[in-house]
Ligand binder design. Structure first.
Ligand code: PEP
Ligand code: MG
Length: 312
């Protein structure tokens, strides 16, 4: 029985009704990649490249980056890897970058805005990612407008190597205009940490409002639903890489809304994969519809707790 459980843990992730869900991991190092593979991850849904840039006096060169990305890709074997373009600014400082001091950093120069303001930085990172022997998918953080995606794609295309280019959905603007972004995006990955902060207008790092920062707030769930509906019009696959993907009470709703890939911390891969295996799509769709009509995150949590108890 133990060996059977181990085999199931390593096999493809499926719901109880057979629906295929990709179970990916969020990574920031080679050690993370090794841990994720051991836990049964099928790939990397979010490589937080800023981890490779931290604790340094200067930005890494193109070659240094290429070596780091290659090492992580090698630890993943032939599993897919989604590499997120540098996501600094806001709550992620980069001392060597000399970013301006801002009164409102969460609403300032952060994510893709930093890369688009510094073409050399973006150019080097894209070149380093495209130098990896295994094909990588490239993902842009903090997108608010189609023009930002087009600018990133133009840089990728100039390199003459084909790579999928996707968008993180973590601003309300991106979620609301998902059908427009989906025309030009190869995939979406919802960053529920930032999407929650910006939807509820509550700083994700501020202890005074921490109790209210819950991605199961129906307003956030509605934006996730809008994202999935917009994506479906163009057959754009939708993943979730924010912390909601690792929340047992969120998973049935996410799958019911149309999410087909979950990316979670390595230590959560086996547990979330096992949970997905107990869930039925028809029930998840009903749970999602019910959740969207509830008045609070607390009500949503109570509703899903009952649902999971019934599954046993
Ligand atoms: C998110 O915002 O949900 C996300 C995955 O990105 P990060 O937590 O790195 O901002
Ligand atoms: Mg984010």
């Amino acid at each position: 029985a133990e060996m059977e459980a181990a085999r199931a843990a390593q096999g493809p992730c499926r719901m109880a009704d057979g629906t295929r869900i990709e179970m990916f991991a969020n990574l920031g190092s080679v050690a993370d990649a090794e841990a994720a593979v051991a836990e049964g991850a099928e790939g990397c849904g979010l490589l937080r490249t800023e981890f490779l840039f931290l604790e340094r006096a200067t930005a890494p060169t193109r070659d240094e980056q290429a070596r780091d990305y290659q090492a992580i890709a090698d630890a993943l074997g032939d599993r897919p890897m989604i590499v997120r373009l540098l996501d600094v600014g806001g709550d992620k400082p980069a001392p060597y970058m000399d970013l301006p001091v801002e009164e409102n950093p969460a609403l300032g120069l952060r994510g893709i805005r930093v890369s688009l303001a510094d073409p050399r930085l973006l150019e080097d990172q894209v070149a380093a990612i495209l130098a990896v022997r295994q094909p990588c998918r490239i993902m842009a953080p903090m997108i608010a407008s189609l023009s930002e995606l087009e600018a990133v794609r133009a840089v990728v295309e100039r390199h003459g190597r084909k790579a999928e280019v996707g968008v993180m959905i973590e601003t309300p603007a991106a979620a609301i205009s998902a059908d427009i972004l989906a025309r030009k995006a190869d995939f979406f990955s919802i960053g529920t940490n930032d999407l929650t902060q910006y939807t509820l207008a509550m700083d994700r790092g501020n202890a005074a409002v921490a109790a209210g920062v819950d991605g199961l707030h129906p307003a956030v769930l509605r934006l996730i639903g809008t994202t999935c509906d917009g994506a479906a019009r163009h057959d754009t696959p939708v993943g979730v890489c924010g912390s909601l993907a690792a929340d047992r009470l969120a998973v049935p709703i996410l799958l019911g809304l149309g999410v087909s890939e979950l990316s979670v911390p390595p230590a959560r891969v086996a547990a979330i994969k096992a949970l997905v295996g107990t869930l039925d799509m028809v029930k998840c769709r009903a749970a999602a519809i019910a959740a969207l009509a509830l008045p609070s995150a607390a009500a949503v949590r109570a509703h899903i707790t009952t649902m999971l108890q019934e599954i046993g």
